[in-house]
Design a protein. Structure first.
Ligand code: NAD
Length: 365
């Protein structure tokens, strides 16, 4: 019989964890509060594993496990490459966040985190709110991204937008020789929390901005506010652009979109943009499209949250560290060009190298 929780049932769970490099998985079950959660600690060489908790109506336990394994691994690379001294982890809670989430469930989840004694620190992700974090914080101190009124770092989106903006500028510098965005044609796909603030930065630099969003009312409100042109959902891939900036959902860089995208640069905040990391990363290189790795350009949010850990929130530190993503993006793109290997691969290797080097110095008592 196939296990319901092992992602690829041909492999044992331990084989799966070994191949992806995870340290620990905690299955949290509390039937009284209806809590079914999985906490994945991927790597703690640099520090405690940090990554948000996501609540989602997964269609199966295996899907939830796949998601938490992939997301926690991604956090390891994101945190390492951003120069943070934190490791990678993530949690998923199985259930409909609107129907099933309750104070008791969140506090119960908080007790499981507390019992990990700081090995995993949680934060907000899809399906969670500031209120969810506040319930968790009633049971454990290992939670970050709390409201500013509680001494936390608050909403991470403005810092994510700043990082995305400087990342776009670095890619423009690489491709056009100057990082001025004046007159550059940039399409922002998704005008949500991050997208809107990014548009503000772009418009202030006189870029020619195009926007699309699934929600017509939201799209119109943002387009009117910033006086930018709207495009429909599919047409965005056919525009004559300098930069395509995916700021909605993942996997928009795939076989079909790569046939159509004419922009020489892809740089946006969405997570997991490449449908297949290897195949579509290589295809971007082949088509001479400069792709800025998502986990690098969208690290502003986690940088912001990380400042809370072990101290008090320091906005100017977070801002300086986020602005430095400009230099890291340029380094990745230069190495990608020099070695003729895809940028996602290069960025992942740079992150792994930092983990190995710091891990080695820690071997000395
Ligand atoms: P959000 O939910 O506020 O905004 C996303 C927007 O994209 C919504 O307005 C939605 O209607 C729109 N959208 C969805 N599918 C679309 C499509 N096919 N075409 C056009 N628009 C579409 O989310 P957000 O917080 O702005 O985050 C955007 C992306 O960045 C997500 O992938 C998120 O995981 C990633 N990210 C966000 C942060 C952060 O600090 N908020 C940090 C790192 C990564």
């Amino acid at each position: 019989m196939k296990s319901k929780i092992i992602p690829h049932a041909s492999k044992s769970l331990f084989d799966e964890l070994a191949s992806m490099g995870h340290e620990q998985i905690l299955i949290c079950s509390d039937p009284e509060s209806n809590l079914k959660a999985i906490i994945a600690v991927h790597n703690t060489v640099l520090g405690p594993a940090m990554g948000g908790a996501r609540m989602w109506s997964y269609s199966s336990e295996a899907d939830a496990m796949t998601d938490v394994l992939r997301l926690s691994r991604g956090m390891t690379f994101k945190n390492a490459l951003a120069g943070l001294n934190i490791g990678g982890g993530k949690a998923v809670i199985i259930g409909d966040p609107r129907q099933d989430q309750s104070e008791v469930m969140m506090r119960s989840f908080g007790r499981f985190i507390k019992n990990m004694n700081g090995k995993y620190i949680t934060a907000e992700d899809v399906g969670m709110t500031m209120q969810s974090l506040e319930y968790i914080a009633m049971e454990t101190k290992y939670v970050a991204g709390l409201p500013k009124s509680r001494g936390g770092s608050g909403n991470p989106s403005p810092m994510t937008a700043l990082g995305t903006y400087v990342g776009i500028k670095a890619a423009v510098k690489k491709v056009f020789g100057t990082d001025s965005l004046n007159g550059k044609k940039i399409a922002v796909q998704g005008v949500g929390h991050v997208g809107e603030i990014l548009i503000d930065y772009l418009v202030k630099e006189n870029a020619k901005v195009f926007v699309s969003d699934m929600y017509a009312d939201r799209l119109k409100a943002v387009a009117d506010k910033y006086k930018v042109e709207t495009v429909n959902l599919q047409a965005i891939y056919d525009l004559d652009l300098d930069v395509y900036s995916p700021c909605a959902l993942g996997a928009t860089i795939n076989d079909s979109s790569l046939e159509r995208i004419k922009a020489p640069i892809i740089a946006g905040c969405a997570n997991n943009q490449l449908a297949d990391e290897k195949k579509h990363g290589d295809l971007c290189l082949e088509k001479k499209i400069t792709y800025v790795p998502d986990f690098l350009i969208n690290a502003g949010g986690v940088i912001n949250i990380a400042t809370e850990i072990g101290g008090t929130y320091n906005e100017s530190w977070a801002r300086a560290k986020t602005e430095n993503l400009y230099n890291i993006v340029l380094e990745v793109l230069n190495n990608s060009e020099k070695e003729q290997r895809n940028a996602q691969e290069i960025a992942t290797e740079m992150a792994m190298k930092r983990i190995q080097q710091i891990g080695r110095i820690k071997a000395n008592y």
